[in-house]
Ligand binder design. Sequence first.
Ligand code: ZN
Length: 176
Amino acid sequence: MRWIVLVVDMIEEFVTGRLGDPRMLEVVSPIRRLLDRAREAGVPVVYVRDCHRMGDPELDIMGDHAMEGSDQCGIVPELEPLAGEPVFEKSVYTAFYGTGLDEYLDGLGADTLILTGQLTEVCIRHTAADAFYRGYRTVVPNDCVQTMTDDIQTRALQEMMALYGTSIVPSSEVTF
Ligand code: ZN
């Protein structure tokens, strides 16, 4: 099995910014611990972040957010990428659309994606769906993803398990 850990949208806008929520702070430390273990084991860490330009369709729905060039696009300091870790920029919910992520993962020979970040039912779920369509296995550590309510969280995790065969486990059970 060739793992990679994907960190999705842990940017200022969605953690401490206009679209942020204190719940998002809860996953910072668990993600950090997972990343530390992955790096120690030589498992690649890959980042994807929202980065919008005027005219992106999503802005009509949610208003301007994570605009290109703004400091709101920055990864939160606790999860800052190490030198050499790639940061892909996306303009829709899935991490795969228009980013080059698939080609990059192919180059690594990755077959299993560990998805962390937020929001669970939006960017994590859409990324899990796209990963499934492309033949990747997905693992979602349930303490490393978050959304606005516990009910939405539970439902999104159940749907990923049912629809894409995603493994839902505590991060402590992810062993590299
Ligand atoms: Zn967006």
